[in-house]
Design a protein around this ligand. Structure first.
Ligand code: NCD
Length: 462
């Protein structure tokens, strides 16, 4: 049986996401009226005999409790380490060791951690399925499942939907998983960032280069609150060089189907937020919000006013409630206990599974450029060997295996010949497997690598 981990929303194909939703529908239907039943909490015994562990190194209310509620409602059991101060992390235990230990105590593990890419590292050391409950500013895939499922229950079809995302687009992991999924399902995304909090450049790159989004920049949008409109191409002829025009962009901004609000992620910023957007009943009276479903992953801390709570467009408490049946479905699928619904029927994941992983010696000096990457965590440096995927050659691009942060400046050496080449010379169709990366030519030469021609064996450093 293949072990499945959910570290990113992109670990799931669209068909797999639909399967999760079908099973969620079934759980809700079994409970009777969903609006009432997920509040009164009937249960099934689908997971009787199974045990889930939640390992949370960061605060949480919804994610941890809804996972545990989901497991308990299915007749399973849950054990939890919710406070790093009372776990062995306080004694300096690495995440890798904790996972090696706890994956023998439970059948499925849910992890939340302040470092980007931590759950990917954890998955390397686990012998049970691992689920990402939020890793730093990287991703929060199960929140996205709740978000998408809420839209489905609000009768919003994702294809061509105009979704505005607002607030801290840089620091919010919920936003990153959400925009990937929106693009993959064919929605258009309207970026409404707080000042200085636009989408990180690597998320923007992936939307445009991997998920077929074309961005209309701020200068063309003519709406002060909107930074850019990302139009998702659908037709094959649109997939390359697709340039949506300004008219289309301004048409999209006039009719917003969904507004997804997020709080300022103060724990991921050094300085305080200034001019953070704030949404209330009055703001949402504008014509373009007439039929808008308003979502928020919660917690809210002032950016979404309670004056709007009674409005039928306010979907955020329904969204939080769906967290339980969605996670019931996900747990059932990961534990592979339902004959009709199974993730095993699909090929693994969405991104190319055979993308080569280049493991790097730390001494090469080429490390992930994201300072919050788990590969820099002092407790885990020995466990998180620097690893990269070669994503593109023109322009050159390496992606951190853990936190998926991209890097553009490097030279590549061949371990076999000790010759280095500039990245644009790499044949991406058939890249060599023996590449080692260096920050620049000087460092490559200091390691005994030479431009083009191989060096004599005695100069070899590795
Ligand atoms: C989010 C999180 O932890 O990333 N909360 C959640 O899981 N619903 C959002 C947030 O903290 O702002």
């Amino acid at each position: 049986m293949k072990l499945r981990h959910i570290t990113s929303i992109n670990d799931l194909t669209l068909d797999e996401i639909e399967t999760i939703f079908s099973l969620t529908d079934r759980y809700l239907a079994e409970f009777g009226d969903p609006e009432i039943s997920y509040r009164i909490g009937r249960s099934t015994d689908a997971c009787a005999g199974s045990l889930m562990a939640t390992l949370f190194y960061e605060p949480s209310t919804r994610t941890r409790l809804s996972f545990e509620s989901a497991m308990l409602r299915m007749g399973g059991k849950a054990i939890s380490s919710a406070d790093p101060a009372t776990s062995s992390a306080a004694k300096g235990e690495s995440l890798a060791d904790a996972v090696r230990v706890v994956s023998n105590y439970a059948d499925v593990l849910v992890i939340r951690h302040p470092r980007d890419g931590a759950v990917k590292l954890a998955a390397q050391y686990a012998n049970v399925p691992i689920v990402n409950g939020g890793d730093g500013a990287h991703e929060h895939p199960t929140q996205t499942l709740c978000d998408l499922y809420t839209l489905r229950r609000e009768n919003k079809t994702l294809k061509n939907l105009n979704v505005a995302v607002s607030g801290d687009l840089k620091g919010s992991r919920t936003i990153h998983s959400f925009v990937y999924a929106l693009a993959r399902f064919g929605a258009n995304i309207l970026m409404m960032p707080a000042k200085g909090m636009a989408l990180p450049s690597n998320v923007d790159w992936r939307l445009r280069h991997e998920f077929h989004c074309a961005a209309v920049p701020k200068t063309a949008v003519k709406d002060a609150s909107i930074d850019a409109v990302y139009v998702t191409a659908h037709e094959p002829h649109q997939l390359s060089l697709y340039a949506p025009d300004e008219d289309l962009a301004s048409k999209l901004t006039k009719n917003i189907d969904v507004l997804y609000m997020t709080r300022f992620q103060k724990e991921r910023w050094v300085e305080a937020a200034r001019d953070y957007p704030r949404v209330d009943a009055k703001f949402l009276r504008a014509g373009r919000f007439r039929k808008t479903s308003v979502l928020h992953p919660l917690p809210r801390v002032g950016e979404l006013d309670v004056s709007f709570d009674q409005d039928s467009r306010a979907a955020y408490f329904r969204q939080a409630a769906y967290g339980v049946p969605i996670r019931m479905a996900l747990i059932t699928l990961l534990l592979n206990i339902d004959r009709q619904f199974s993730l095993q029927q699909f090929d693994r994941g969405f991104l190319p599974a055979d993308r080569h992983v280049y493991e790097q010696p730390r001494e090469s000096g080429f490390l992930c450029a994201n300072p919050n990457c788990i590969s820099h965590d002092p407790l885990d440096v020995q466990n998180a060997a620097p690893k990269f995927h070669l994503i593109a050659a023109k322009p050159p691009r390496l992606r951190c295996f853990y936190c998926e942060y991209d890097m553009e400046n490097f030279v590549a050496g061949h371990k076999r010949t000790k010759a280095y080449e500039r990245p644009h010379e790499i044949n991406l169709e058939r890249p060599a497997r023996d590449l080692v990366f260096f920050p620049d030519e000087q460092v490559a030469e200091a390691h005994g690598y030479g431009r083009g021609a191989p060096r004599p064996a005695k100069a070899v450093a590795h």
